[in-house]
Design a protein around this ligand. Structure first.
Ligand code: BT5
Length: 327
């Protein structure tokens, strides 16, 4: 049931007369009409007919906090959720809020990003109302050097939420990509503000392509990117997915705080797609070898010329065609 009294009055009720709603809410009929207009602006489909009243025909096509809360359990329902129709970057706004004292767990969601960020100055294509762009403020008591592990923690949550939504085996490509059918469906961008040895806050930013059509991607991405809807052939309920993702993220993060990445390593290894594969890791010089696994600190283990090297950061390229990853 919605926390908005007017929505609660309309839900599951069919036609409701303006008089009945006004009485139930204790306001005038004119006030009911104004509130109906406001709900329509927020994306709800509400029919009006003389003599019949109002009828809710479609819940909002936006990821409004009220819609999202229905998909969160009691432990997460009280989270601060900030929603914007359009923003430059949810990571940027989340950092601004964190600097101003936002509580750990605060979630920022936007329908569209005009300057969505990837790593290393790259950008994240963020068309309106079809996907998920969200950032979560975290305040973990861990050394700054361990913060990159949170990217892996988020990757687990994303892959698990996708697997729980579509009957397809989403896979993590270390460190921050999630793939479906060998194409990128999600990315994680972890940013932090820290002193020398103390983390002030971390922003975990997650972009997941949910219902984007092929044409929502620019031409250079059309062969490399996909969405849950494209890969599964059916549209995805964005609010339900987001609820699942935030729940999975919270659980994985708690496990990480209690037991470190070691407590999640096994799950990560089950979900990631690089073991046994020939890769090149960028760097000077680049490292070419075969992936042997991930260690307890989240480093990628690459065997090259008979020795295993730990890679803690970097861009991994699979040798061979991108589509070789397809299952
Ligand atoms: C990432 O960077 O994969 C991290 C993406 C994080 C995006 C979220 S959205 C919410 C939050 N707010 C932000 O501003 N960002 C975060 P990276 O590994 O650098 O990958 C970027 C590359 O992925 C681009 O250079 C493209 O090649 C590709 N790409 C861009 N947009 C894409 C999309 N929507 N789907 C799939 N691939 C994309």
């Amino acid at each position: 049931m919605s926390t908005d009294p007017l929505l609660a009055a309309l839900e599951g009720q069919g036609w409701q007369s303006g008089v009945a709603i006004a009485e139930r809410l204790g306001v005038s009929r004119a006030a009911v009409w104004k509130r109906i207009e406001r709900l329509r602006e927020r994306g709800y489909g509400i029919e009006a007919a003389a003599g019949r009243g109002y009828r809710l025909v479609r819940s909002s096509d936006r990821l409004l906090p009220d819609e999202l809360r229905r998909h969160l359990g009691p432990a997460l329902r009280d989270r601060e959720i900030v929603h914007r129709d359009s923003i430059d970057s949810t990571n940027r706004l989340a950092a601004e809020l964190a600097r101003a004292g936002a509580a750990a767990g605060t979630v920022v969601i936007a329908e569209q990003q005009t300057a969505g960020r990837g790593r290393l100055g790259r950008s994240w294509v963020s068309p309106a109302r079809v996907n998920l762009y969200c950032s979560v403020v975290l305040r973990p008591a861990i050394p700054p050097l361990e913060v990159p592990r949170l990217t892996l923690v988020a990757g687990i949550a994303v892959a698990e939420a996708i697997r729980a939504t579509v009957p397809l085996a989403a896979q993590i490509k270390w460190p921050n990509d999630v793939l479906l059918d060998g194409r990128k469906v999600a990315g994680v961008l972890t940013e932090l503000e820290a002193e020398a040895d103390r983390v002030r806050f971390v922003i975990v930013g997650i972009g997941v392509n949910l219902n984007a059509a092929q044409t929502d991607f620019p031409p250079e991405l059309q062969r490399k990117a996909t969405s849950l809807g494209l890969a599964s052939g059916a549209p995805v309920d964005r609010a339900a997915f987001t609820g699942r993702l935030l729940t999975a993220l919270d659980a994985a993060y708690e496990t990480f705080l209690r037991g470190g990445f070691a407590a999640l390593r096994h799950r990560y290894e089950e979900l990631h797609c690089l073991v046994g594969r020939a890769v090149t890791v960028d760097g000077k010089p680049p490292l070419s070898g075969t992936v042997r696994g991930i260690d307890d600190a989240g480093a990628l283990l690459v065997e090259s010329a008979g020795a295993v090297q730990r890679v803690v950061a970097g861009e991994v390229t699979l040798r061979g065609a991108y589509r070789a990853l397809r299952t």
